[in-house]
Design a binder for this molecule. Structure first.
Ligand SMILES: NC(=O)c1ccc[n+]([C@@H]2O[C@H](COP(=O)([O-])OP(=O)(O)OC[C@H]3O[C@@H](n4cnc5c(N)ncnc54)[C@H](OP(=O)(O)O)[C@@H]3O)[C@@H](O)[C@H]2O)c1
Length: 289
């Protein structure tokens, strides 16, 4: 009998992790999932609850797993928790844990737009995390995702809320573009990356085939319902992001949107051989609502 593979997932309660754990569990992968808070487990899943990923508490439990998928990350910072602590230092700690636990493969979600030339704080931290992983000696797959769309992602939830009040506010002109990818495709690719050799030691854009303006995306999301689309002055939106912790868009959310990043979809399609779901069709179908 073939021995089932065992995979460690960090940041287990996050949007990508939740969808991924369900998919891996359905595909008979043994899971060891780590989160700061309690959560419900799937079939073949052990949970570890840890606020700080302390070695003493974790190392023995994850020893000799086949792969570790590191999904901890933040996209907004504060005085208490900043990018350097979580995106950089915690990644360094997780890489060391993986090495000590004799786990040979690590998978990481960086971000579309990360490059050595970036001046955006969020991307700089992801760039540093990428370097730590690339230089670790572990077999790695680093993905650079654009916006990952699902029923339960933050932006979808935010749009649904605004639909209820019949007005959706969009920052600035809305003419900058995004290249969304559906979470159901993302989890398949993450699974491939731990089982197929061709993903080894690669950095791959995780993007959909369609590149559309933010305004078009929002209009498709509304599906012809009578929702007012209100364009909010970009200066005001940045002002809010800078001065109000609870603003809908964080500073780096806006930087990413305005940055208009486009990824290499052809490379992803070629390596995964997956026929991706069209996000435009997905929006038209109303399956996200
Ligand atoms: N979703 C996207 O469109 C997108 C796009 C580009 C890149 N990414 C990257 O993909 C990864 C997963 O994204 P996601 O959308 O699933 O994000 P998410 O829902 O915010 O989940 C991230 C998880 O990170 C953990 N975390 C956050 N702050 C932490 C802290 N201070 N200490 C320890 N753990 C902490 C939490 O896990 P627990 O609550 O379980 O502790 C949280 O649920 C992230 O690295 C993100 O940057 C996502």
């Amino acid at each position: 009998m073939v021995k089932p593979i065992q995979v460690v997932v960090t940041g287990a309660s996050g949007f990508v992790a939740k969808n991924l754990r369900k998919y891996l569990s359905e595909n008979d992968v043994n899971l060891i999932s780590i989160s700061r808070n309690n959560f419900r487990t799937y079939k073949n899943e052990q949970k570890i609850i840890s606020k700080d990923y302390k070695e003493k508490f974790i190392l023995n439990k994850i020893k000799n797993s086949n792969a570790l998928i590191h999904l901890v990350g933040i996209g907004k910072q504060s005085v208490e928790i900043d990018y350097e602590m979580i995106n950089v230092e915690l990644t360094k700690h997780i890489v060391n844990l993986a090495k000590k636990a004799k786990i040979k493969k690590i998978v990481y979600n960086s971000g579309l737009g990360v490059s050595s030339k970036t001046s955006v704080g969020y991307f700089i931290s992801k760039y540093k995390a990428e370097k730590i992983i690339v230089n670790s000696g572990l077999n790695y797959t680093i993905f650079r995702p654009s916006y990952i769309v699902g029923k339960d992602d933050l932006f979808t939830k935010f749009l649904k809320k605004q639909i209820k009040i019949k007005t959706i506010e969009i920052p600035g002109s809305g003419q900058y573009s995004i290249q969304p990818i559906f979470i159901n495709d993302v989890v398949k690719i993450l699974f491939q990356s731990i089982t197929e050799k061709k993903f080894g030691n690669k950095i791959i854009d995780l993007v959909g085939s369609e590149y559309l303006t933010f305004e078009k995306y929002v209009k498709l999301f509304c599906r012809g319902n009578k929702i007012k689309i209100k364009k909010v002055n970009l200066e005001n939106t940045y002002y809010n992001a800078i001065n109000n912790k609870k603003s809908n868009f964080g500073i780096d959310d806006l930087n990413i949107l305005v940055g208009d990043f486009k990824g290499n979809y052809n490379q992803l399609e070629k390596i995964s051989q997956i026929k991706f779901e069209s996000v435009v069709e997905l929006l038209k179908s109303g399956r996200l609502l």
